[in-house]
Ligand binder design. Structure first.
Ligand code: F6R
Length: 242
């Protein structure tokens, strides 16, 4: 059963998340972080930058692995996840960019890139995996399906996901059709998982993921099988939790 924390005051949400990540790095300076993009962790990254600028935490020895990247999108595209991570976190802390990993969505052979990413992951145990959740229960870009791929793989994004992410592009047609994502096997291997969920529109799916049946039709529900998951909810996302 996950440790569910409901944060009453919106402004505390990012601080609590940042405290969890920063405490780990303070006690384990060589920590390996699994990182997510999207709207939800932006505040966490902002707080981490602040804590770093206060001289309270160094990321100099940290390694990071991102969950996913769009296929075919140039790395320097404003909506690529590499750009997102550089702009929202990496460029503002002392992490060595060589120690940050985002799948290469521009690789000519995407399947080979997936295998390469898995080889890197097999050499590094993720100490803390930060996750968000999609409205359909996806984690990373592991979309609901009859079966889930445990390894890093190329995925065809569902229309719903492309719609949700069209806010970062000119229109939904500009959102790439495919992406590379870490598989649920790699996510489940992380020592600790921090699932961040904000907003009324996520209340039902997070309640289903945490309390409903474990099913590949709601990939986040697989996290019920992990022994060290913290689900951090803001008041609206936590509406259905007592
Ligand atoms: C992002 C990712 C996705 C997002 C999810 C929620 O790297 O893997 O699973 O976490 O789509 O996105 P937001 O936070 O934008 O609602």
């Amino acid at each position: 059963m996950a440790n569910v924390i409901k944060v009453t005051h919106e402004e505390d949400f990012h601080k609590v998340a940042a405290h969890i990540v920063a405490s780990l790095v303070q006690t384990s300076p060589r920590a390996v972080l699994g990182l997510a993009t999207g709207g939800t962790p932006v505040g966490l990254y902002r707080e981490l930058i602040q804590i770093h600028k206060q001289g309270l935490v160094s990321f100099a020895k940290v390694k990071s692995y991102n969950l996913d990247e769009y296929a075919g999108l140039p790395t320097e595209h404003p909506a690529s996840y590499r750009t997102f991570m550089n702009e929202h976190l990496f460029n503002h802390i002392d992490i060595n960019l060589e120690n940050t990993h985002v799948p290469d969505g521009q690789a000519t052979d995407l399947d080979a890139e997936c295998r390469l990413y898995d080889e890197m992951l097999s050499e590094a145990v993720i100490d803390l995996q930060v996750l968000g959740i999609g409205h359909n229960g996806h984690i990373g870009f592991n979309e609901p399906a009859d079966s889930l791929n445990p390894a890093t793989h190329v995925v065809t994004l569902l229309e719903q996901t492309r719609e949700a992410n069209s806010r970062y592009f000119g229109s939904v047609d500009d959102v790439p059709a495919q992406a590379i994502t870490m598989g649920v096997g790699s996510i489940m291997k992380a020592r600790q998982i921090l699932l961040l969920v904000r907003g009324a529109d996520k209340a039902e799916i997070i309640h289903r993921a945490v309390t409903g049946p474990i099913t590949t039709q709601c990939p986040a529900s697989l996290l019920q099988l992990h022994s060290n998951v913290t689900v951090l909810l803001d008041a609206e996302a936590g509406r259905l939790f007592q």
